[in-house]
Write a protein that binds this ligand. Structure first.
Ligand SMILES: NC(=O)C1=CN([C@@H]2O[C@H](COP(=O)(O)OP(=O)(O)OC[C@H]3O[C@@H](n4cnc5c(N)ncnc54)[C@H](O)[C@@H]3O)[C@@H](O)[C@H]2O)C=CC1
Ligand SMILES: O=C(O)[C@@H]1CCC=N1
Length: 289
């Protein structure tokens, strides 16, 4: 991809500024879990907000967090962003603009606002925020939870090079980062943002097929999911690319070759093209909503 640079996880040189996360569901929660690693250099406490008081209660007693529930505290989101240099918006795409409007007056001058929402362009967020604020879009994925995320980031017109560098450092604490143009970010979502779901579907189907071959669920999970996890780890650690790793399993005239012939006959290239195109299309629809 043009204008892209890849970075792998590395300890940041300087501490990340005071950070607030608005909405800690699947994605915001995964980023939070990664940031809470004591090895991560970030100003603590991290401020987080949830919708329900019950979700906030799950963090009770956490000394490294300040938690507000929007349901219980009307100005929860405004309070969370006070004093924060970095604000991550982790709510659903259709709630992003309302939340941005809600926090606009409480943001610190010069704060960096990061939206992880699929589809929503930076321009729409910039329109409701003060001029001094930098808006950056990020497309992370849930393996951020274990420090193995992949995140694409793209700055809006408001974002300085420093702001993008800070957001890059933020996501490097939970995995690898690719800096892209905003035109490319929907495609990042189609590949890596949603990508874990494609792999889990593969795991579900392979487990179900193993059960149909006669294994019980526990045996099938061990065989199928253990294999996928092991193969992914081998790919991560090996110097060989997936094509060579596949060849290493596929003995000429052997058994793997027979299964791969069946799988390839299903037209995976076209299937993936269609799936990723549908994903990008949905991002474009979300942008227009
Ligand atoms: N789940 C994923 O793998 C990825 C999600 N995203 C993006 O992340 C965003 C969130 O998606 P998920 O985490 O999947 O959804 P989610 O529903 O799990 O999380 C959203 C959270 O925001 C909270 N929330 C809602 N309104 C709020 C408010 N007014 N104040 C504070 N908190 C509020 C909800 O209680 C919920 O916990 C979306 O915009 C999505 O496009 C991006 C990349 C990957
Ligand atoms: O499904 C979604 O809309 C979000 C964006 C990427 C992954 N999950």
């Amino acid at each position: 991809m043009s204008q892209s640079t890849a970075h792998t996880a590395a300890a940041p040189q300087t501490s990340l500024p005071r950070t607030a996360i608005i909405g800690v569901g699947s994605m915001g929660g995964a980023i939070l879990a990664g940031l809470r690693d004591p090895a991560v250099r970030i100003e603590r406490p991290i401020a987080v907000t949830t919708h329900s008081a019950a979700s906030a209660a799950a963090f009770e007693g956490a000394g490294d967090l300040v938690v507000f529930a929007a349901e219980a505290t009307a100005d929860a989101n405004q309070r969370a962003v006070q004093g924060a240099g970095l604000v991550i918006l982790g709510v659903k795409p259709w709630a992003i603009i309302d939340v941005a409007r809600e926090i606009a007056d409480a943001l610190e001058p010069g704060a960096i606002v990061v939206s992880v929402a699929a589809g929503v362009p930076t321009r729409k967020i910039e329109e409701v925020l003060p001029e001094s604020v930098s808006v950056v879009r990020a497309m992370p994925n849930t393996p951020s939870l274990i420090g193995r995320g992949v995140t694409g980031i793209a700055g809006g017109v408001s974002a300085s090079a420093d702001a993008i560098a800070t957001v890059r450092r933020l996501f490097e604490t939970v995995g690898s980062v690719l800096v892209v143009t905003e035109e490319q970010i929907n495609a990042v979502g189609a590949v890596s943002g949603s990508g874990p779901a494609y792999l889990y579907l593969f795991a579900e189907e392979m487990t179900a097929a193993a059960i149909r071959l006669g294994f019980d669920r526990e045996q099938a999970s061990l065989l199928a999911q253990g294999t996928i996890a092991g193969a992914a780890e081998l790919m991560a650690r090996s110097d060989e690319d997936p094509t060579q790793l596949r060849r290493n399993v596929t003995s000429p005239k052997g058994t793997t070759e027979q299964a791969l012939n069946v799988l390839q006959a299903a037209g995976w290239a076209e299937l993936f093209d269609r799936a990723l195109a549908a994903n990008v299309r949905r991002s474009e629809e979300l942008a227009a909503e």
